[in-house]
Design a protein around this ligand. Structure first.
Ligand SMILES: CC(C)(COP(=O)(O)OP(=O)(O)OC[C@H]1O[C@@H](n2cnc3c(N)ncnc32)[C@H](O)[C@@H]1OP(=O)(O)O)[C@@H](O)C(=O)NCCC(=O)NCCS
Length: 153
């Protein structure tokens, strides 16, 4: 598969397609996967032939000196091509904070992905549903790509 992807902030009219990417989590979560509030300047999208195939929904902290990954997903057929790594690299390049932070279900295979990128477990907790969660963190500097043009908004 030729991976010719472009990256940029979510555009007007793309919300449904971004939700569709997140819906691939429905079976894993055991409930409909829906992102409640997508704030345009907090969603970075990867597009293949102009169509969203992956996204990273993030937040730069206002009180705490960290950026948070709220959700990240790649359509199954585009996985293992470095797309999520690129999205997190863009987030790190744009982050004003020293750390990138996230929570993930302890049994989500994505934990291995995060560990591969250098995230470490800093806390364990239970979600309101009772589901065990890991709080993970990495140094922003270690996630920054070497080229400047890959920064998220
Ligand atoms: C987790 C996810 C975002 C990874 O996306 P991706 O584009 O396939 O990841 P990348 O190709 O950038 O992978 C980067 C590295 O992590 C590794 N990796 C990715 N997914 C992995 C997995 N499930 N298990 C082990 N390693 C994994 C890759 O092999 C790669 O390693 P390398 O640099 O040595 O080659 C994707 O699997 C996904 O969308 N999962 C469903 C949504 C989800 O669970 N999101 C996280 C909770 S918010």
């Amino acid at each position: 598969m030729p991976v010719e992807l472009t990256y940029g902030p979510i555009r007007k009219g793309e919300e449904r397609e971004v939700q569709r990417v997140w819906q691939t989590m429905t079976a894993f979560l055991g409930r409909p996967a829906f992102l409640v509030q997508l704030i345009p300047d907090m969603v970075d999208v990867a597009r293949y032939n102009g169509r969203p195939v992956a996204f990273c929904y993030y937040r730069h902290g206002k009180q705490k000196p960290r950026s948070t990954i709220q959700a990240i997903a790649v359509l199954p057929m585009y996985r293992k091509h470095g797309v999520a790594r690129a999205l997190i690299g863009r987030l790190a390049a744009a982050s004003p904070h020293p750390h990138i932070h996230l929570k993930v279900e302890a049994d989500n295979p994505a934990v291995l992905f995060y560990q591969r990128l250098g995230f470490v477990v800093v806390e364990r907790e239970n979600a309101r549903t009772g589901r065990p969660m890991l709080v993970m963190q990495a140094d922003t500097a270690s996630l920054r790509p070497t080229t400047k043009e890959s920064a998220a908004p």
